[in-house]
Write a protein that binds this ligand. Sequence first.
Ligand code: IPE
Ligand code: IPE
Ligand code: MG
Length: 264
Amino acid sequence: MFFMFDTLEGYIQPGTVEAELVQQVDFSRLPVHVAIIMDGNGRWARQRNLPRTEGHKAGSESVKEAVEAAARLGIKYLTLYAFSKENWKRPKDEVNTLWSLLKKYLAEESKVLLENDLKLKVIGERTGIPYLVRRELARVERLTRNNKRMTVILALNYGGRQEILRAIKKMIRRKSRTEEVDENLFSRYLDTAGLPDPDLLIRTSGEMRLSNFLLWQCAYTELWVTPVLWPDFRRRDLLQAIVDYQKRERRFGGLESAANNHRS
Ligand code: IPE
Ligand code: IPE
Ligand code: MG
């Protein structure tokens, strides 16, 4: 199969900052799952005296860049926080723009996802998502369901607390026995069932909070915050995040890094 997003060749120009960062990446220790809180669209627009919706439009270009860069690098799972449960509090116009931009993205990109062996998955509460968007999401999920190279997970109408409560309700409905409830079983009731926990969580625009994102799944995720606003996020920022991530020692509560444990 021929992929448009083939390798890094031609994508990273020699002699650039990006090329220098690629040199520093250890491709045998890539984060398997990268999650991103795409924040700062409104501020990006305000800085340019534009309406907030223009920031969201520019932000959807960054989504395309992040998906392509992650796929080319060999990331297996990329989760993008695109609309939170709390984002309904925003003015109606802005909310409508966000959903219609998503619809446009799906219409334009479904072919790209398909041709590059990328699978689309949605987490969050589907009921509540505008019907036409929901239909488009279902179409692209169906279209890409057998794809293997990378899974793009869109968090839509998503809230971590609400996800946990929905999981508990499902468990009660299935009458799980108290003794059998453990972390493994519980994880299977979450929207992210079957997905590994994120290794790396990126948040743009400098905010140091989770904003109700993947609360259960991020227990031991490495956090990386950049002041870059989401519409300005480019492949070099993803590379920088990965390089910094690889310099960290993940201890998971123990005394040595997992890497050291493997070596001994
Ligand atoms: C992120 O940008 C997009 C969504 C939350 C949907 P914001 O719209 O939150 O931008 P700021 O934080 O106001 O700059
Ligand atoms: C988080 O950003 C939600 C998404 C990126 C979809 P927000 O801008 O909504 O978060 P707060 O309000 O700054 O915490
Ligand atoms: Mg924000």
